[in-house]
Design a protein around this ligand. Sequence first.
Ligand SMILES: Nc1nc2c(c(=O)[nH]1)N[C@H]1C(S)=C(S)[C@@H](COP(=O)(O)OP(=O)(O)OC[C@H]3O[C@@H](n4cnc5c(N)ncnc54)[C@H](O)[C@@H]3O)O[C@H]1N2
Ligand code: MOO
Length: 403
Amino acid sequence: MRDYYDALNDLLSNALSTQDIEEVPLEQAVGHILAKDLLVQYPAPQFDNSAMDGYAVNDMQRLTWEVIGTIAAGDESAQFDLKPGQAVRILTGAGMPKHCDSVIQQELVERDGDRIRIKEAFAAGKNIRYMGEELQQGEVLLDANRAITPAAIGLLASQGYATVPCFAKLKLTVFSTGDELTPLGQALAINQIYDSNRPMLLSFLKRYRFLEISSGGAIEDKLETLKTRISEAASTQDVLIFTGGASVGEKDYLKQALEELGEIEHWKLAIKPGKPFGWGKVGTNTKVFLLPGNPVASYATTLLLALPAMKRIAGVSIDKAKPFSFKAKAAFDISQNKSIRRDFRRGRLVNNEEGLWVELLSTQDSHMLSGISYGDVLVEIPPQADVKTAQLLNVYPLAGALD
Ligand SMILES: Nc1nc2c(c(=O)[nH]1)N[C@H]1C(S)=C(S)[C@@H](COP(=O)(O)OP(=O)(O)OC[C@H]3O[C@@H](n4cnc5c(N)ncnc54)[C@H](O)[C@@H]3O)O[C@H]1N2
Ligand code: MOO
């Protein structure tokens, strides 16, 4: 069976990125994938300006100045040309007068009519934000192939970008499969369960604005029905996600359906949970992910594999498409680990004076949704590797758990 990182690299390096580009109004662009490098249009700051409410002064040898006017943000400032001993009242963000040596913040100043006084000599060049000190015209402001963050919206607005070139959204449909699934709001018949995977995965993926998501509903375990639904959806969608029916039971028809309509590119990984994860395609344009039915396995394979692959297809660079992880110290130990599968257990972070620790939740089986709901992270335990207390382990944050 294939290792997780091998499968992830395969998915990321063989994803055919979308090519369609559209201009998206800035206010709607958060979460979309930037399709072109955008350049600095104006130096930042655009003009020398004051970092403080205070007094712009000429000649730092002295302790007193005469105030000859006021400049507020947005005011014309060049008409003030300071001579030694002159100052102007200046507000934060206002353009600088000519021949200003420093801005002295008002807390240090005593004012008496038109005279200001300070107690100790003040340094030159203070509290002035100089034109171009942050960004210079023509440099790359934001490089392509990244999701646009709220902060990047601010940066783009500051540079006057009213629209941004973004890759078209990926059209995704999420289906659940299984004769045992009962829609919410209906009473459960004997040995039936509610469909928890679909609302969970839809809610998870709706956080990503580069996806245009629809729900395909729950499909019965029938080969012909599955094939019909796959063909219909593949004619309009870029990506299809199915949960359930991916394993080896006689009602697990998804692999067969995909094989008959398209191609299975890979099936089965040495990971826990998520062993029966697979992917393939229908035609040249529709990627299909088969997620295991066990709820925790469906969540973990979305986080670790399907979402990174969709980011890549949507135009994100390989580096940025990889799921984010960081290190935490194990608050537990594991000995005689014989598992050949890379294990991603549910963990909770504890931040104390000795650093960041991760402890394991007690509900670890892949049908136990409480573990993933009460957890903060998936804790990576490499195959056949023992873990000592305080050893650093990779952890992958769960969607929304650290917000
Ligand atoms: N003989 C073997 N049996 C199983 C293997 C195996 O390798 N050999 N793998 C196990 C693993 S690991 C997993 S994970 C599951 C995955 O099976 P499927 O993808 O075929 O999923 P189902 O059999 O349809 O369902 C598994 C489990 O999950 C429940 N389920 C399914 N869909 C939903 C849903 N939308 N919401 C909530 N719960 C759902 C379903 O009722 C089952 O309990 O196979 C193991 N078996
Ligand atoms: O590996 Mo399965 O995906 O856990 O229960």
